[in-house]
Design a protein around this ligand. Structure first.
Ligand code: SAM
Length: 218
């Protein structure tokens, strides 16, 4: 008997591969951002960066798939969907678990419209709820307990979003933060927080592409 999985579904595979190919243009698109873009307000930056994918790595996607399979969370929460590469990995695992849902967040209308089309095209749209707007507002009333959280929005907002979700994390919940090496500066407050034993996390810095911090809620 051959076992298979949803990441190998031709529709999902084609969408992920197409988006990774388009993301190869990210550096060119990034070079066209106005000077001082990183100082912009979150929404302004999201609109200016609407053409930039900024995805997790292919290996990071597989790691997320495996974590979701192992944990079998009722709700996976994602801060920062972009065009949905990470979201598809999370939703593929939820499909294969046969239980659960993905709640994701994005503030670029252009990205939301494109991602919704992709989710429909892959047949995973029934598992994904897209919350439109600033995650600091859209996730404020999310009901727990939460078991797996991916933090991949603007890096300086990872700590406020974590603090907001923290009361809903069940003991043993995993929080995965992407790009910890690439954005060392903006990620510093977040990393200092989760690595401080007083704050109740056990951490591992996973050396995958730009680095992922995986924090287990104690
Ligand atoms: C690094 S990209 C996410 C990449 C995505 N996880 C993937 O693997 O394809 C960050 C995204 O987070 C979005 N974002 C940043 N801050 C946000 C906020 N406060 N609320 C909602 N979305 C936000 C940005 O618009 C951007 O598209």
């Amino acid at each position: 008997m051959t076992l298979t999985h949803t990441l190998a579904d031709p529709r999902v595979e084609a969408a992920i591969s197409r988006m990774f190919t388009l993301a190869e243009q990210d550096e060119t698109a990034q070079a066209q951002l106005p000077p001082g873009a990183l100082e912009m307000a979150p929404q302004e930056l999201a609109d200016a960066a609407a053409g930039i994918y900024m995805p997790i790595s292919a290996e990071g996607g597989k790691l997320l798939y495996n974590l979701v399979r192992a944990i079998r969370p009722a709700t996976v929460v994602e801060f920062g969907m972009s065009y949905g590469i990470s979201t598809l990995h999370l939703a593929a695992a939820v499909r294969d678990n046969g239980t659960g849902r993905v709640v994701t967040t994005e503030m670029s209308k252009e990205k939301i419209a494109a991602a919704r089309r992709t989710f429909t095209e892959t047949g995973l749209d029934d598992l994904i709820t897209v919350l439109e707007g600033d995650a600091r507002e859209t996730l404020a009333d999310l009901e727990g307990p939460l078991e797996l959280v991916l933090l991949d929005g603007w890096k300086d907002l990872c700590l406020p979003v974590l603090r907001m979700l923290e009361p809903s994390l069940r003991p043993g919940a995993l929080v995965v933060a992407d790009d910890i090496d690439q954005f060392e500066g903006p990620m510093r407050p977040y990393l200092d927080y989760v690595r401080d034993p007083a704050n109740g996390y056990q951490n591992v810095s996973f050396p995958i592409e730009d680095g992922m911090e995986i924090s287990c809620r104690l």
